[in-house]
Write a protein of this length. Structure first.
Lengths: 308, 308
């Protein structure tokens, strides 16, 4: 079983309008709602890949009830922990005239000390049964900035591989707790380390504590610096589409391949094929299964040879 | 008791952002939710004025549950009729940098024939106990365009005064059913009649069936053409503020004064004082009680003397 943690789970709401014009009134044509937050997206992809997954984090209020109702028929098992506040919504407003998306993200519920303690109990029990753990996304209000570091120490004490996918100070503190893997994008990695050059930045992140670093480079694929070697993995051709959820699909690829005992080049190929197939899918955050199958053998994974 | 009908009731959600920039991502600073839809706003003001009020219309789904929960502690009595679909949300996005509001309105639930029949039963029972009825706002999907005309005929058959506050084809059909009062704004009145000049347009609306017409002229107050006479009523000075809900406060003023047996000039003074006090209130849709008390004796109500 793979455990994904989404402390700030969300209900992803999408509105479609003819054209978004600030300071005017709009009729919303279509309203869709689905479970959201990075860890829930990762778990959905894991389910599609045939892996057992369990989602935990916090859920509460009327929006939390809707989220749980939508999660119930899906493969990931719901082990979310109740919180008094209301689960946040993220609203994507799609402008039909341009295809552009405008995003409005609620902050999430205030989480109290007793709720955090209840979560730690649940998390400890789930980690004991997990083959791998993914810690994903932002922290809701009230959660201390070292929360991910605390969760990483628990997983490491149980000898369960742990992946961290977050940003800012929670990433900085988390890295110092020595996670097995971090998956920042180039921007997050540069903010963490102060270095823009991927090899130098990833090396610095490893010195700070991360055992392995997989940096996502957008359409160019990923760059991985690990104890077993350094690789670049790229899709066979550049693709265009909606990058929403591509990073979460990459996390699902890395974790599922790790759980199957595959080596680094195979993990990276799967991550790149899945994230590229996600960009190609018409629905944001889903992946195109046929494109994934077609892309997987064609991802170029090359050992990195430092310039002389 | 005053009955207000809101067939397309709403949960009014407000987001505050630093600055709304299309095609970018925003952190929402503050989220507020409150019961919405014109008839619910009217009933809230009636409650603040000390009048018993009952709200009916449709409510359903998770959003409907939130709406009912927020309505429960307020004075208006909840006689909303359950519907299978989800009550709509209206989202107001306030841009802190400019003070502008961008509005995104969901369409509302699809209402089926059995649900409409259930509503008609409830409505018939409530009308029998009502001193006045207000029919407010847009129609949800699935409701026939002559719905307000049908509700007006029921009220008239029970000899209960009925006010219609809607627009477009539902207003056109409703006027033909001879409501006691319609309260269009200048734009809606022009669209109904084809005339821009208020006296001519109001006269035409009366010929179409409305016994009385109170046209709201924004900051200039109202213009009323009734069987008892023609008046203009205006605030003592022009005010600036948020006009959201000003029209609903005017409806509450007209209905409460009607129920108290006041004559037309007093009804119009109350409508103008309440709507002006609503523009002055810091929270959208609320009215400033002190401003209302101060404005009421100072509203200028003058019989209209046609130009020679």
């Amino acid at each position: 079983m793979i455990l994904t943690v989404t402390l700030n789970a969300a209900l992803d709401v999408t509105y479609t309008v003819d054209a978004l014009v600030p300071h005017s009134s709009h009729r919303v044509g279509e309203v869709t709602e689905r479970p959201g937050g990075k860890g829930l997206n990762v778990a959905r992809v894991l389910g599609a890949l045939g892996h057992d997954s369990v989602v935990t984090g916090f859920v509460g209020g009327a929006t939390g009830d809707v989220l749980r109702g939508l999660l119930a028929p899906l493969p990931p098992r719901d082990a979310l922990v109740p919180v008094a506040g209301n689960t946040r919504r993220t609203l994507a407003v799609i402008d039909r005239s341009t295809g552009d998306t405008t995003q409005l993200n609620e902050p999430g519920p205030q989480v109290g000390p007793a709720e955090w303690a209840a979560f730690l109990l649940t998390y400890g029990e789930l980690v004991a049964d997990a083959d791998a753990v993914a810690l994903c996304g932002s922290l809701p209000p009230g959660i201390h900035v070292g929360a991910y570091a605390e969760l990483i120490r628990t997983a490491r004490a149980a000898s369960v591989p742990v992946l961290l996918d977050t940003s800012g100070e929670p990433l900085r503190r988390g890295v110092a707790a020595r996670p097995d893997l971090v998956k920042p994008n180039a921007e997050e990695l540069a903010r963490l380390t102060g270095f823009r050059e991927p090899l130098r930045a990833a090396g610095d992140a490893r010195r700070r504590g991360a055992h392995a670093v997989v940096a996502s480079l957008g359409p160019e694929g990923v760059f991985a610096v690990t104890p077993q070697g350094t690789w670049r993995a790229a899709p066979p051709t550049a693709v265009r589409g909606n990058p929403t959820g591509a990073g979460d699909s990459a996390v699902a690829g890395l974790l599922s391949a790790l759980a199957e005992g595959l080596d680094w080049p195979e993990r990276l190929a799967r991550a790149v094929a899945l994230s590229t197939a996600t960009v190609l899918a018409p629905a944001a955050g889903e992946y195109d299964a046929a494109a994934y199958a077609e892309l997987l053998p064609r991802v170029r994974v090359e050992p990195h040879v430092p310039a002389p």
